[in-house]
Design a binder for this molecule. Structure first.
Ligand code: CA
Length: 230
């Protein structure tokens, strides 16, 4: 099976370059010229990856990205933008995008990033975890929903992905650096991002966030999910 890629791009020239480059690599490629068409496409068919332009005529790429995630679409999303604003990158990653390429892009680099994203989702055991129960918490990863004692708990896309990664490696210590690379998709020394998200996960899911039973700290090493609790 050839991986299926959705190109969301309103500029016909850029769309054609992408379509030709991806088709030549053997990807099954589909094009949507605006945000609404993109949402219709992912609702009707499944894709392994989406290339998403930020500057679209009807709704911007951030909004489309957020709508994909809210619909429970877990495929990797690579954002394309004409601007090299660091704020755009942060905003995109918050909305659940996995990576980011600035236009004008270099086609071989773009292809390498697509390959890396596809490899990550194909080899990660996190992608096959559909639902999971621990203590009085139930998580439906496919729909991106959780409950505690039967009551809904609001989790952000990043919290869901982080929890899924930790649960997929339950019993193992996962370093902050690994979480940044695998969950946020970038190399950074700012591991504080990880700590902040772990803290909010604990507040939402643990009985006592200050003395967690499931998402525990492994001193000096990272974090660990304990399926049976401490
Ligand atoms: Ca555009």
């Amino acid at each position: 099976m050839h991986p299926r890629i959705l190109i969301v791009e309103d500029d016909p020239n850029v769309a054609l370059v992408l379509y030709d480059a991806l088709s030549a690599e053997g990807y099954a490629t589909e094009h949507a010229a605006n945000g609404q068409r993109a949402i219709e496409a992912v609702t009707a068919r499944s894709f392994d990856l989406a290339l998403l332009d930020i500057g679209l005529p009807d709704k911007d790429g951030f909004t489309v990205c957020d709508e994909f995630r809210r619909k429970g679409m877990l495929m990797p999303i690579l954002l394309l933008t004409a601007r090299a604003e660091p704020d755009d990158k942060v905003r995109g990653l918050r909305m659940g995008a996995d990576d980011y390429v600035t236009k004008p892009f270099h086609v071989p680099e773009l292809l390498a990033r697509i390959e890396a994203l596809l490899r990550r989702t194909q080899t990660s055991p996190a992608t096959i975890l559909v639902e999971y129960r621990f203590g009085d918490v139930f998580v439906d990863f496919y729909r991106g929903r959780a409950t505690k004692k039967g009551r809904p708990v609001e989790l952000t896309t990043k919290e869901i992905v982080l929890l899924r990664y930790l649960i997929a490696r339950r019993g193992l210590v996962v370093t902050r650096e690994e979480l940044l690379t695998e969950v946020w998709g970038y190399q950074s020394t700012n591991t504080r991002t990880v700590d902040v998200h772990v803290a909010t996960l604990r507040q939402k899911l643990e009985d006592n966030p200050h003395s967690p039973h499931y998402v525990v700290t492994s001193r000096g090493e990272g974090y660990q999910f304990l399926p049976d609790g401490v």
